[in-house]
Design a protein around this ligand. Structure first.
Ligand SMILES: [Zn+2]
Length: 400
């Protein structure tokens, strides 16, 4: 008699527990720079995530790829390519016309620029990632800055719909990491939401691997240790999910890989030695791997392009490739022409920094080191070809 009551109580508990347990949660984790070549050459959760696919990088940087992943759209649609674009009329940096007279030995220091960036961000009410980098103060008034808003929250990429907009529309219970927090804090925040047993969908953001790859390259011995750290955290996360949900899907994605430094080229000097006046004849923004040119005096176009073609380890992006990469802006928002360095070659110095880094991304998506990766607990009917496809996969899983 006692045994039958005991069995009945257990069955009642299982039935009751099954009733209150959330049926399924879909978790998508973003690991910045965890490219295909990096995952291929390291060990990482092979048993848990056996389904693995390479995906073409979005041309540009993380500031391009993340909007693409969050919307499924190309840069020409969501407008984000580099941080700076030519727009003197609406530049938020007009005050820098005065600041350019301040002594460079203080105001060019990274620490000062970082603190100054924080002050500007607060003053202007920007909620996005904002950093002045090494952009010369006297050039800032020619530019506007694209990432003024937090990309991850509803309306973050308006008028383009982002991940949060779609989740809101579908009235799902979701968790999206706060990119300002540390990796540990973000993992703990997700754990805490998992324990509430209310989640339908989660997007976990982590970005420390990118910084590590920039400093030790994809072949650094530190990379496996960092991947092991992620693996341990993911195992704990999955154990927690299993306690609180009947079923789950887990996918890991990245935005690009990392290419080891092979050459440095001083493109800035080469162009400036021509003697044309910046802001009057032309404007140029020097990213780590590409130069954006705007020609104000049409007569300067050909001589500058002639010189650009002489820059070692580089080539001008053709109109056909602009279309292929989704950067064919009708208004040439990010340059009348773009000079792209060959994979491994960095522009030194550039507006992003004075020195090269051991590893860099932002080269051609055609180079194998640029490839992003996507891996999961289950196979996909239509595997991703390009990082923008991650958005389609995420929206498909919202309805599962
Ligand atoms: Zn990076």
């Amino acid at each position: 008699m006692k045994i039958s009551i005991y069995i009945f109580c257990i069955m009642l508990f299982i039935w009751f527990r099954g009733d209150i347990m959330k049926k399924k949660v879909s978790i998508f984790m973003f690991i910045d720079a965890f490219g295909w070549e990096i995952q291929k050459n390291h060990t990482f959760l092979e048993e848990l995530l056996p389904y693995r696919y390479p995906a073409k990088m979005q041309f540009g940087y993380s500031c391009t790829a993340i909007p693409t992943i969050l919307t499924g759209k190309t840069p020409v649609e969501h407008k984000h390519l580099s941080f700076y674009y030519y727009n003197p009329k609406e530049s938020p940096f007009k005050m820098f016309k005065v600041l350019k007279f301040l002594p460079g030995f203080i105001f060019d220091r990274w620490r000062f620029r970082h603190l100054f960036s924080k002050a500007i961000k607060k003053m202007k009410g920007y909620t996005g990632y904002f950093e002045l980098y090494a952009m010369p103060f006297d050039r800032l008034p020619y530019f506007d800055y694209i990432e003024k808003k937090d990309l991850f929250v509803p309306n973050g990429l308006a008028p383009t719909k982002n991940l949060a907009d779609v989740l809101e529309e579908k009235k799902l219970n979701y968790h999206i990491s706060n990119w300002r927090l540390t990796e540990d804090e973000n993992i703990e925040a997700l754990m805490s939401d998992i324990r509430k047993e209310e989640l339908d969908f989660a997007f976990l953001y982590t970005a420390k691997l990118d910084g590590l790859l920039h400093s030790v390259t994809k072949d650094g011995s530190e990379i496996q240790a960092k991947l092991d750290w992620y693996a341990e955290k993911i195992k704990l996360l999955v154990a927690e999910v299993k306690k609180h949900y009947e079923d789950y899907s887990l996918f890991i994605m990245s935005d690009h890989g990392m290419t080891t430094l092979t050459h440095e080229v001083d493109v800035k000097k080469q162009i400036e030695d021509l003697g044309y006046k910046f802001g009057k004849d032309y404007v140029a923004a020097y990213d780590s791997t590409m130069v954006h040119f705007w020609f104000l005096n049409k007569e300067c176009r050909e001589p500058i392009l002639k010189e650009a073609k002489k820059v070692p380890h580089s080539s001008l992006i053709s109109e056909a490739d602009k279309v292929r990469f989704g950067i064919n802006y009708a208004d040439n928002m990010y340059g009348d022409e773009i000079l792209l360095m060959d994979a491994g070659t960095q522009i030194v110095p550039c507006d992003m920094g004075r020195n090269s880094l051991p590893g860099m991304h932002g080269f051609s998506p055609d180079h194998k080191d640029s490839d992003a990766s996507f891996m999961g607990t289950e196979p996909l009917n239509t595997p991703p070809k390009w990082v923008g496809d991650f958005f389609r996969i995420m929206t498909e899983y919202m309805d599962k």
